[in-house]
Design a protein around this ligand. Structure first.
Ligand code: F6P
Length: 555
């Protein structure tokens, strides 16, 4: 059985780690004036500078050898061609088909799936144009003004992030709201401000079985029926993006308003499907297609570029160097772009739900680290929150800085300050502040050790096309790491356990059951005290407490 850590290349990387243990990134620049030119790369509207890494030429060459010796080439070909690479769910992985713009077919079980993908794209086009033009009317004849997406995980994070990132392209008369948390405060906050006659609800759920989404959808439907007056028509105000047409229609959604997608699209990879409906409604179908075009361009780059000039492969290998050879536990994502405020949260699910695994595709425990903890916040805010730890703390945290170059008209001074702050921080992390400590001959309260690595990823402008390329870039980075670690990046069995236990607890809230540990029993007793008139489990549609939140009359 092939053991990654026993490979010649892996062991050579371990030796290189020891041999470069005292290297400084700044010395790499001093000894190679061409370093920036050699370790930067442009793909379309994206420019990656990966020169500020603790990676010598020899380390980079050996990392590339690791990719060459892995199953990456085969696994990549299998993914794009529709082979079953999600081995535990016996499914292909074909989010790339959703943005495939070529004429060649993509086969699943011997059937070309492109016709149904085109058909759904056409359905999204017709619907989004009807809502945006005002042709689509609510039950009382008014046009839609507010769109509420009800979904969680991949059925929320992707469209939510993209709508936020592309806010400047938003339809001026449409407002977008995203409800995900089962905490009633989330949906209450949204519903209180809405008029049912001009609100459209999108129930976004691949399975149509996720507890949080079903409860929020039922509460929204109850609110609508209680507030919309006579002739309230659920079918005119609720649509669904789901693989489960039957369950969507049972909820009261008209068949023609179920926007289907397929089991071979993973939730965290689904924003290119009908889960992306809010994006098409916000920026228009043309803008949505530009998003797909950008992702498709990155797909072509990922397939065609040699590994040493392949942006996703290089980012993946840099991550593997820190995770597997420099003991980094986390990866920081710091967009210096307020419009990308929700990108870290999206990348958290994409990366951690994909590569947060500890067995390989054969079900054998891996003997090495896999997916990192992904976290982050926008700059320059991070400078006033967690950069202290990054500069002077005891932990090693590689950073991805992300920004767009083009300033908004009238905001040039702000944008200049934003970008110069980002460049300054990347430089400071690398150089540190050795001079202050020279007086004291050692690291002290005032000095920063430096030698802390970062990548800088610049978008010419934050457009739908470039956002699509950015997201596809990270999807493929995650894919490459999963292939080299030989894990299944496309299932998520770890999330099923909590769901099962939540069901068991909610069904036994009234029993003094011995089925749970003493802590859970003790806490249940405290919870139980607040739900004396509790009925069946909330997912059964019965809820403790009063009816839905009353609408605040709009001023
Ligand atoms: O977190 C588990 C998960 O299955 C995610 O993979 C998915 O994006 C989310 O729950 C929501 O699932 P659904 O779209 O089926 O409601």
């Amino acid at each position: 059985m092939f053991q990654l850590t026993r490979s010649v290349t892996w062991q050579a990387l371990e030796r290189l780690r020891d041999a470069t243990a005292n290297d400084r990134i700044s010395d790499y620049f001093a000894s190679d004036p061409q370093r920036f030119d050699k370790m930067s790369l442009r793909v379309g509207g994206l420019f990656l500078d990966y020169s500020k890494h603790l990676i010598s030429d020899a380390v980079l060459a050996k990392l590339l050898e690791l990719a060459d010796h892995s199953v990456l080439v085969q696994r990549r070909a299998q993914m794009f061609s529709g082979d079953i690479i999600n081995v535990t769910e016996d499914r292909p992985v074909l989010h790339t088909a959703l943005r495939h713009l070529g004429d060649d077919p993509v086969q699943v079980d011997g059937k070309d799936v492109m016709p149904e993908i085109h058909q759904t794209r056409e359905q999204i086009k017709r619907f989004s144009e009807a809502v945006r033009s005002g042709e689509w009317r609510g039950h009382s004849g008014e046009r839609i003004k507010d769109v509420v997406n009800i979904g969680i995980g991949g059925s929320d994070l992707g469209p939510n992030m993209a709508c936020r990132a592309l806010l400047k392209y938003r339809h001026p008369e449409l407002n977008f709201h995203f409800v995900s948390n089962v905490d009633g405060a989330h949906i209450q906050k949204v519903l209180k401000r809405l008029d049912p006659a001009t609100t459209l609800f999108i129930v976004s759920t691949k399975t149509f079985s996720t507890q949080e989404t079903l409860l929020n959808a039922k509460t929204a439907r109850r609110w609508f029926l209680e507030n919309a007056g006579d002739g309230a028509d659920v079918g005119a105000h609720f649509i669904a993006a789901s693989t489960n047409r039957k369950a969507a229609m049972a909820f009261g959604i008209r068949e023609e308003n179920v926007f289907e997608f397929w089991a071979w699209v993973g939730g965290r990879y689904s924003m290119w499907s009908s889960i992306g409906l809010p994006i098409a409604l916000s920026v228009g179908f043309e803008g949505f297609m530009k998003l797909l075009e950008g992702a498709y361009a990155m797909d072509r780059h990922f397939i065609e570029a040699p590994f040493d000039r392949n942006m996703p492969v290089l980012m993946a290998l840099i991550g593997i160097w820190y995770i597997n050879f420099q003991n980094a536990e986390t990866q920081a994502i710091v967009p210096y772009d307020q419009a990308l405020h929700q990108l870290p949260a999206f990348l958290q699910q994409l990366d951690m739900e994909s590569n947060g695994k500890s067995v390989d595709i054969f079900g054998k425990p891996v003997g090495y680290k896999t997916g990192p903890i992904v976290w982050g916040e926008t700059g320059s805010n991070g400078q006033h929150a967690f950069f202290q730890l990054l500069h002077q703390g005891t932990r090693y945290v590689p950073i991805d800085f992300i920004a767009s170059l083009k300033p908004e008209p009238g905001m040039e001074e702000h944008h200049f300050a934003l970008l110069t702050n980002m460049l300054a921080q990347a430089n400071a992390f690398m150089e540190g502040s050795q001079e202050e400590s020279k007086e004291h001959g050692q690291l002290d309260h005032y000095s920063c050790p430096g030698n802390r690595p970062s990548s800088t990823l610049l978008l010419d402008e934050l457009t739908p096309h470039n956002l699509g390329a950015l997201i596809a870039l990270y999807e493929h980075k995650v894919f490459v790491q999963g292939a080299i670690w030989n894990i299944n990046s496309f299932d998520q069995w770890g999330v099923q356990l909590g769901k099962r236990i939540a069901g068991e607890i909610s069904e036994r809230i009234d029993e003094r059951t011995q089925d749970f540990d003493a802590s859970t029993q003790g806490l249940l007793a405290l919870v139980r005290a607040h739900f004396k008139d509790h009925q069946a489990s909330p997912t059964a549609g019965k809820r403790p407490g009063k009816s839905t939140p009353k609408r605040e009359k709009r001023s």
